[in-house]
Design a protein around this ligand. Structure first.
Ligand code: FES
Length: 89
């Protein structure tokens, strides 16, 4: 399960304009805690993070952040999404 799927299941809005195929950066998140419990970042994901608004060292794409340890404590911040085209809320 990805971080994006967790947000969806819990009614938390996170854009995902490309349909979760690592072809946009609208699901950009900051992972503050628990990054070791996530699947490693790929070169393609890094490329799209570079195109996100305000990328940081702790940036990930929500749809590519697959949770490998179901018991891990993972803290995530969703950046302001108002400037993303296709923002629904
Ligand atoms: S939804 Fe496009 S990269 Fe995650």
């Amino acid at each position: 399960m990805s971080i994006l799927e967790v947000t969806e299941e819990n009614g938390i809005h996170l854009n995902h304009n490309c349909g979760e195929v690592c072809a946009c950066s609208t699901c950009h998140i900051y992972v503050h805690k628990g990054e070791d419990a996530l699947q490693e970042i790929s070169d393609k994901e890094e490329d799209f993070i570079d195109r996100a608004i305000n990328p940081r060292i702790e940036s990930r794409l929500g749809c590519q952040s697959i949770i490998l340890d179901a018991d891990a404590v993972i803290e995530v911040e969703i950046p302001d999404q108002k400037r993303i085209i296709g923002h629904e809320h």
